[in-house]
Design a protein around this ligand. Sequence first.
Ligand SMILES: [Zn+2]
Length: 273
Amino acid sequence: MSGPVARIGLTPSEPLASPFVSQRPRPRFVTSTGPSRSATSGGGVGHDGRLMKSALVVWGGWGGHEPEAVANLMAELLRSEGFEVEVSNSLGSFADLARLRSLSLIVPVWTMGEIAHELCDNVCAAVREDGVGIGGCHGGMCDAFRGSTEWQYMTGGQWVAHPGNDGVKYTIEIAKDVSHPITEGLADFEVSSEQYYLHTDPANLVLATTQFPNPTVTGTDAELVNPCRMPQVWTRQYGRGRVFYTALGHQRNVLEQPTPKEILRRGLLWAAK
Ligand SMILES: [Zn+2]
């Protein structure tokens, strides 16, 4: 076996031959205008003649999360940053792998759904192999497809509980030992929402946490909680693609608050190819 065939493995002389080698975060953020987009980019050309970044926002699943309203917020944020955005309410939008590969960013807003293997494989392949970013929030990304371990491997977490349900007051603590453009300059803040308890990948770069147990939560929910500092905002690599997640976003109004919105905005921009 020889020749320029992409091989899976950490071959030092061909560091880019494998889709799995790019584990380190790439040193760029937000304002990159370098030649990172190919001629097959899904983005159009902006007024200044530069190729626009492109995003696909796909919403659906459990209606309690206001997926359409949250998806529209995602689209508004991205359009205000110059992205060309397609908003879809069908998982069928994941059927066109060539289209997915041409995107800068995929934003799932889909809770408690089921996804066909080939559709999940398409999203994973676009992120893993082409460096398309994926970013999202709350159950729309990390309680999207409970039956898909590959999806969870990519996103870095899966929701399992929110002790006390909605309306719990808790603090989001910014990780002080991590310098990152998504949380740079942000202070700890309080929210009243669902305090997400997740199963998370220890390889995530955790940018913000919340503490369990919550003193305002009592009863069975509190008894089941193991004391811990639970990741709430993280980034990770999935092959060549960047992954961003924030647990905030039970409904649109949570994400309209200044700091949660800023984390979301920065996170989506950071993840985009
Ligand atoms: Zn929720």
